[in-house]
Design a protein around this ligand. Structure first.
Ligand SMILES: *[C@@H]1O[C@H](CO)[C@@H](O)[C@H](O)[C@H]1NC(C)=O
Ligand SMILES: *[C@@H]1O[C@H](CO)[C@@H](O)[C@H](O)[C@H]1NC(C)=O
Length: 253
C-alpha cells in the first residue's frame, strides 16, 4: 500500500514531463506518449499517452475517446482523478499542440525528403559456353525505402531470370538494393536497368555498356597500380641513393 501511495505522489509530480521513465526503489514508472496517423493532412491524428508501472499499463489517455481509461483498481481510480483535473484539458490540447505541431515541422525535415539512388551496373558472371551472363544493378544510398528496379532489353521489360534482394537498411536512414539478371547476350541488343523512385518523377534508365567487360577493367586496374608502385619504388630508391651520395661528400671521415 505504501508503495502505491508513493507511486501516486510520484506520478503527480511527473505530470508535466512529456515522456519520462524513473526508478523508485527499482520499480519503474514509464510514460509513453505517441502520435498515430496515416493521413497526409494529419486529420486522423490520434494521441495516446500510456502510463506503466513496470510492464503493467494502468492508465491511458486516448484522444479519440477524449479521456483517460484506467486498468485495475488503482488505474481506474487514477483515471477518474485525472479526468477531473486540468491535466485532461492539457492532454486534449496535445493532439494539436504536441502531435500536429511537431509532426508538421518534422515532416518537412524527414518525411518529404528524398535521396536519389547511386546506381552501378556490373557484370557478375560473363557468358561462356552454354552459361548465360549475370548482370547486377545495384542502387545505393536512397531514401525513402520504396523503390522499383527492373530490366529492359531494347526498351522492353524483362520479367524472367531476374532475382532481387529486398531493400536493405544501411542504418543511416538510407537503403540499398541489388537486382540480378541472367541473360544470354546477343549482339546489337541493349540491356538497361530501370530504377523508379520517389526522388525522380521520371524512371531512371542506366544502359549496360558491354564494350569493356569487367575482367578487362580489372586487368587495366592491376596494370596501372603495378606501374604506380614501380614508379614510387624507383623514386624512393633514387632519393635514398642521392642522400647517401650527398652524405659521403659532405661528411668525410
Ligand atoms: C482509442 O480509442 C478508439 C475508440 O475507442 C479506438 O478505436 C482506438 O483503437 C484506441 N486507440 C488505441 C491505440 O488503443
Ligand atoms: C470527478 O467528478 C465527478 C463529477 O463531477 C464526481 O462525481 C467525482 O466524485 C469526481 N471524482 C474525483 C476522484 O474527484
Amino acid at each position: 500500500m505504501s508503495l502505491l501511495k508513493h507511486l501516486s505522489c510520484h506520478l503527480i509530480f511527473t505530470l508535466p514531463v512529456f515522456i519520462g521513465a524513473e526508478s523508485v526503489n527499482e520499480y519503474y514508472t514509464t510514460r509513453w506518449a505517441r502520435c498515430i496517423y496515416s493521413s497526409p493532412d494529419l486529420s486522423d491524428m490520434e494521441y495516446i499517452d500510456s502510463y506503466y508501472f513496470n510492464k503493467y499499463l494502468f492508465t491511458e489517455f486516448n484522444s479519440t475517446l477524449g479521456r483517460f481509461v484506467g486498468f485495475g483498481e488503482y488505474g481506474m481510480k487514477n483515471a477518474e482523478l485525472w479526468n477531473n483535473s486540468t491535466f485532461l484539458q492539457r492532454e486534449r490540447a496535445n493532439v494539436d499542440a504536441g502531435c500536429r505541431f511537431n509532426i508538421r515541422t518534422k515532416e518537412t525535415a524527414v518525411r518529404f525528403k528524398t535521396l536519389k539512388p547511386k546506381v552501378i551496373l556490373s557484370l557478375v558472371k560473363q557468358a561462356g559456353g552454354r552459361h548465360p551472363s549475370v548482370l547486377m544493378c545495384s542502387a545505393y544510398e536512397f531514401y525513402p525505402q520504396h523503390i522499383k528496379v527492373s530490366w529492359l532489353r531494347d526498351g522492353k521489360l524483362m520479367t524472367s531470370e531476374v532475382t532481387a534482394t529486398m531493400e536493405m537498411a544501411n542504418g543511416d536512414w538510407c537503403y540499398q538494393i541489388h537486382s540480378e539478371l541472367e541473360y544470354t547476350p546477343k549482339s546489337g541488343e541493349k540491356i538497361s536497368c530501370m530504377v523508379e523512385h520517389a526522388s525522380s518523377t521520371q524512371p531512371m534508365i542506366y544502359d549496360w555498356d558491354p564494350s569493356i567487360p569487367e575482367s578487362e577493367n580489372n586487368k587495366i586496374a592491376i596494370g596501372a597500380s603495378g606501374l604506380v608502385l614501380g614508379i614510387i619504388t624507383a623514386a624512393a630508391g633514387l632519393v635514398y641513393y642521392k642522400k647517401k651520395l650527398a652524405g659521403r661528400i659532405l661528411v668525410p671521415n
